[in-house]
Design a protein around this ligand. Structure first.
Ligand code: SIN
Ligand code: MN
Length: 196
């Protein structure tokens, strides 16, 4: 795993935020639910790029359009692509940018990112807004885990042997950033889905 604290400075974070506002106006945040149980996630999400990650009672999958509007997801803006291009060490563009919005009580259980066909490409994660307590372990469920604080502008890369590491968000620490006017946290996860 590679951790790049403060990879994006404040003005780069503000540019990403402006681009996200435009995209979210076209592709509004929605409340996904867990497969089978239909239990809602505590995060709200949307996607950018040719494919978007999505969960409903039928399961986890990638799809090309927004579940509510039926429209294609907006393109991934240059301000976000630049991060992938700068640090992924991967010669093809990402196909999906999952946008997760965490309100003050949101969290995410330990999971692996394994719905992609191309596991050669890294997972690149960008944090914006309030600091989160991130938990990361090995590739076996129930193994030892470590905690890391992810602050606004931090970038984390799961690659090589850590590509399938279990990870999740224990909690968001309110009031730790002034980037988002009403607080909360945004995480962007860039992924290649199909083999090039
Ligand atoms: C995720 O694994 O989808 C999100 C991780 C994060 O919010 O940092
Ligand atoms: Mn994940």
């Amino acid at each position: 795993m590679r951790y790049l604290p403060e990879f994006l400075d404040r003005s780069a974070q503000e540019q990403v935020l402006r681009d996200l506002r435009e995209a979210v106006a076209q592709a509004p945040l929605f409340n996904p639910v867990m497969p089978r149980t239909g239990k809602p996630f505590s995060v709200r999400m949307t996607n950018l790029g040719p494919l978007g990650w999505f969960s409903d009672r039928a399961g986890y999958r990638y799809q090309a359009s927004h579940p509510a509007t039926g429209l294609p997801w907006p393109a991934i803006p240059d301000s976000i692509l630049a991060v992938w291009n700068g640090i992924s060490n991967y010669p093809h563009p990402p196909e999906a940018c999952l946008v997760n919005f965490y309100g003050s009580d949101a969290k995410m259980g330990l999971h692996q990112d394994r719905d992609e066909e191309d596991l050669e490409a890294p997972v690149v994660s960008i944090s914006l807004g309030d600091t989160a307590l991130f938990r990361v372990g090995g590739t076996v469920r129930g193994g030892k885990t470590q905690s890391l604080k992810l602050a606004s502008g931090d970038v984390l890369i799961l690659e090589g042997p850590t590509r399938l590491a279990f990870h999740g968000i224990d909690r968001v620490i309110n009031g730790t950033s002034t980037l988002l006017k009403d607080g909360g946290r945004i995480n962007l996860t860039l992924r290649r889905v199909r083999k090039p």
